[in-house]
Design a protein around this ligand. Structure first.
Ligand code: CP
Length: 344
């Protein structure tokens, strides 16, 4: 594999911080420059992520992985990333197996965990809850998804994937046409990804959502800067024409408040016939996963599974080096890893 962005080994520390503390709560903490520095660090991590090289820079460190909402990828890949850096992991899953089930507060939980572990990754069903964990402690805290709020590490791995795929295809992010499809109201991954992409210039965003599940207007306003264009439609075929990236999402029925699940028929499904009809051979098909595999599912068909345009498993693979880079930066071992790799 040959990618055009070079690996620069001299890396600044304090790459990721919020209010003077090493925390990753939102993609709003990033500039274009800091995103690209993190991606160079992720490039350094690639051989360690694949176990072609080994580092023990986090030996003795413990990660607290607190997931109060369902997760496969985020929980396991954060744990794997920490272990690949030489650390170990303690976790709780769901409220049932945490003393929050007995009424313990976020403040007390966070303070207690701070005495046991060196960093926390938290997923919580309420927007803003992870920031509450972070306010109660000085150890690094990472937002693993807070309700319909943000999912910053997912957006970082998505953009990293787009950059790597574009590099292979001779494209750049500036000026790209990105189509975001599905539940843009409750999908936290598209919220974070849209804000990150807005750091780039001349992007054409096409937002394709059923009525009542459109992108929140405050995010649309953030996207429409740097000469970016934002178009909104509910007609899938029209919106996909000319897209360099089609980013599909699952309808987040579990977050519905007053919405009625209607207007989102299989006509919105991304499938092989549609992609062959309206996209070209280099269009990337992405999805944060999980995709819905229930009967009547309408986000992303399995008939694209053997199509090289489908990048979903390259996305999930990229979750490891990106999360390793996040930990290395937050725990201040980024320079150490870079130098170890240079000397190896
Ligand atoms: N993309 C994502 O957040 O997946 P999980 O819910 O499985 O962690």
């Amino acid at each position: 594999e040959k990618y055009t962005h070079s690996v620069q080994l001299e890396l600044p520390t304090d790459l990721i911080s919020f209010e003077g503390k090493p925390q990753l709560l939102s993609v709003s903490q990033f500039s274009r420059e800091s995103v690209e520095t993190l991606f160079r660090l992720a490039d350094v991590m690639q051989p360690i992520a694949r176990r072609q090289k080994v580092t023990r820079v986090l030996e003795g460190a413990v990660l607290g992985n607190l997931f109060f909402e369902a997760s496969t990828r985020t929980r396991v890949s954060f744990a794997t990333a920490f272990c690949r850096l030489g650390g170990s992991v303690c976790d709780t899953t769901g409220f049932t197996f945490s003393s929050m089930a007995k009424g313990e507060s976020i403040y007390d939980t966070s303070r207690v965990m701070s005495g046991y572990v060196d960093a926390l990754v938290v997923r919580h069903p309420e927007q803003g809850a992870v920031a509450e964990f972070a306010r109660a402690t000085n150890i690094p805290v990472v937002n693993g998804g807070d309700g319909p709020g943000e999912h910053p590490s997912q957006a970082l791995l998505d953009l990293y994937t787009i950059q790597r795929e574009f590099s292979r295809l001779g494209k750049v992010v500036d000026g790209a046409h990105i189509a975001l499809v599905g539940d843009l109201k409750y999908g936290r991954t598209v919220h974070s990804l849209s804000k990150l992409l807005a750091l780039y210039r001349g992007i054409k965003f096409t937002l394709i959502a059923p009525a009542s599940l459109e992108m929140p207007s405050y995010i649309v306003e953030q996207m429409a800067k740097n000469g970016n264009i934002v178009e909104q439609t509910s007609v899938l075929q029209e919106g996909l024409k000319g897209a360099d990236v089609v980013y599909a999402t699952r309808i987040q029925k579990e977050r519905f408040v007053d919405e009625v699940f209607e207007g989102y028929t299989p006509d919105f499904q991304i499938n092989l016939a549609l992609i062959n009809n309206v996209c070209d051979q280099h269009t990337l098909i992405m999805h944060p996963l999980p995709r819905d595999s229930q009967p009547g599912a309408n986000d992303l068909s399995t008939d694209l599974n053997h199509d090289s345009r489908l990048a979903i498993f390259r996305q999930t693979d990229n979750g490891i080096p990106i999360r390793m880079a996040i930990f290395a930066s937050l725990l201040g071992v980024d320079q150490q890893v870079a130098h170890t790799m240079r000397d190896a």
